[in-house]
Design a protein around this ligand. Structure first.
Ligand SMILES: Cc1cc2nc3c(=O)[nH]c(=O)nc-3n(C[C@H](O)[C@H](O)[C@H](O)COP(=O)(O)OP(=O)(O)OC[C@H]3O[C@@H](n4cnc5c(N)ncnc54)[C@H](O)[C@@H]3O)c2cc1C
Ligand code: SF4
Length: 361
């Protein structure tokens, strides 16, 4: 992705100096972004409210038809909260550039209980529907930087998502389909948990993400990847069932974006065609980046006992289960070594705990 991103920035002269160097000297400013919840709580950045949805008679009529024809579907069609016209989409983009882009970078990975959007753009449905073009979003962000309205770390972070990730994912889909849909490298076969459409689980981080999906048809990237994706990966959920769930739940769902993100990025079902390691994380990640643990019935620091966070046993069970596959992976082989050094009684206890938890879901 990085190579492709740098090539496109150079070819299209996006965020470059007249000498052909990346603006600011670095291609990647992630070290200034991705700040933790603790920093968020300290700084208390004000999250601007979104404008109320425009009551469009056509949208209302379609929403009424959808509710009548598909009464069993999760979510409420009448609650559509994003624009549906070109003019509305342009206003939505302008508002993001003016109000949220400035703080996009630092808080792009932060998760806050009750805050669905934070400083994200919610441009994906409009881009995917063709109401906006990727280039106009990128140029708008670059202009905000050049006019001194947004810092480089936020602007580079945002442009990286669209020019880097979005275009890259699009390429992967067309390169690997139709076989891509069938991949299942880890042999995962668990059916979805019974609370997949209600969010009625005691895991606060997971339930908050599912409520976001049911109520708004939206989660920001980290909730999709590091909360829900992580849970589905560690739990060994069947790739086709997970793909179907994501496709049903989100406002921006399109096959070309879902297939690589779900099968490649979260489930490692393609064996690492573009992700060099599975995005597996334990409770420490959730506790660092978000504040859901504070109101969860489980304790992220406990490893055993009834209050132990399930992510602990799921995480180690995953590495135990796939030790042969990941032992030589330079990025995560270390986790396999740690697993192998655990006494066999502890390994057995972790395996049983994970199994009991998953069987109850
Ligand atoms: C499991 C999973 C499923 C996803 N499914 C979709 C999907 O069906 N449709 C979709 O548009 N995005 C999908 N994404 C990518 C990304 O999560 C969403 O684009 C993003 O959360 C949309 O919110 P936003 O517009 O506020 O994004 P922002 O955080 O504001 O990012 C700006 C833009 O960058 C683009 N972008 C960022 N990351 C990606 C990515 N990995 N792939 C493609 N585009 C990206 C999007 O167009 C997004 O609007 C998925 C990610 C995961 C992990
Ligand atoms: S304690 Fe575990 S399950 Fe609960 S919110 Fe934290 S990470 Fe999620």
């Amino acid at each position: 992705m990085e190579t492709h991103y740098r090539r496109l920035r150079t070819e299209r002269n996006i965020l470059m100096t007249p000498q052909g160097q990346p603006e600011g000297g670095d291609w990647n400013l992630d070290d200034q972004n991705r700040r933790t919840f603790r920093e968020f709580a300290k700084e208390k950045p004000k999250v601007p409210p979104l404008p109320p949805p425009v009551k469009d008679p056509i949208v209302q009529e379609v929403a009424a038809d959808v509710s009548k024809l598909f009464p069993q579907h999760p979510g409420q069609a009448a609650n559509l909260w994003v624009p549906t016209t070109r003019e509305g989409a342009l206003d939505w983009l302008k508002l993001f550039l003016r109000q949220r882009l400035e703080k996009f970078g630092p808080w792009e990975d932060t998760m806050v209980d009750g805050e669905t959007i934070l400083f994200h753009s919610v441009l994906s449905p409009l881009l995917n529907l063709g109401l906006l073009t990727p280039l106009e979003c990128i140029q708008g962000a670059e202009k905000a930087y050049r006019d001194g309205k947004a810092p480089l770390n936020s602007v580079e972070g945002f442009i990286r998502q669209i020019l880097g990730w979005r275009e890259f994912i699009h390429g992967i889909y067309w390169l690997k389909m139709p076989e891509y849909r069938e991949v299942n490298f880890l042999g995962a076969d668990r059916p979805l948990p019974k609370w997949a459409y209600t969010g009625e689980t005691e895991m606060r981080c997971v339930s908050q993400a599912i409520h976001g999906a049911v109520d708004h048809a939206y989660n920001h990237h980290i909730q999709r990847l590091m909360v829900l994706g992580n849970y589905f990966l560690l739990g060994g959920y069947e790739p086709k069932a997970v793909l179907r769930w994501y496709t049903e739940m989100y406002l921006d769902a399109y096959d070309w974006v879902m297939v690589p993100n779900v099968l490649g990025m979260i489930l490692f079902a393609d064996g690492g065609f573009f992700a060099t390691k599975p995005y597996a994380a334990g409770a420490a990640y959730q506790d660092k980046m978000g504040n859901h643990c504070a109101s969860c019935r489980f304790d992220p620091k406990k490893k055993d006992g009834p209050d132990a966070c399930p992510f602990h046993s799921l995480y180690w069970n995953f590495f135990g289960q796939h030790a042969k596959l990941f032992g030589k992976n330079p990025r995560i082989g270390m986790m396999v070594k740690i697993w192998e050094k655990k006494p066999s009684a502890e390994q057995k206890e972790i395996r049983q705990r994970a199994q009991r938890f998953l069987d109850a879901q």
